[in-house]
Unconditional design. Structure first.
Length: 135
């Protein structure tokens, strides 16, 4: 697992949308796809933000109508990205330290090619015979 690159465990394709998409549309797309995040992209599929199920809850907590609020108002920016060839342990540590659970994967040109989630990492770890170490 120490040399396993992100590309071996990332989810592809990643669901993307435009920043002007309504929260209602984003939430419906996430529910239909059975996922907890979407990558907000701009020109040439470059990640500009990330919108998660937690952001949907913030909309509700703020009392805004999901049909009126846009993803742009609630997405997380800037978005942290990783390269497909980065080793899993390095990326996992960075995700833990940054407190993020969804990380878009980008190619050398900065275009989105997939997404790495804590679910992907959990599945990858559960498939190994390596003992789990704490601390």
């Amino acid at each position: 697992m120490t040399d396993t690159p992100v590309s071996d465990v990332m989810t592809t394709p990643m669901l993307t949308l435009d920043a002007e998409t309504t929260v209602a549309e984003a939430a419906q797309g996430m529910a239909e796809a059975g996922i907890r995040s979407v990558v907000v992209t701009g020109e040439a599929c470059r990640p500009e933000g990330i919108f998660t199920s937690t952001d949907v809850l913030r909309v509700a907590a703020d009392g805004h109508a999901p049909t009126d609020a846009t993803v742009k108002e609630y997405m997380t920016t800037p978005v942290e990205t990783v390269a497909p060839d980065e080793p899993i342990p390095v990326v996992a540590r960075r995700m833990v330290e940054s407190g993020i659970s969804h990380c878009p994967v980008t190619d050398a040109n900065g275009n989105g090619v997939g997404i790495l989630t804590t679910t992907d990492l959990t599945e990858a770890l559960s498939a190994t015979d390596a003992p789990v170490q704490s601390g």
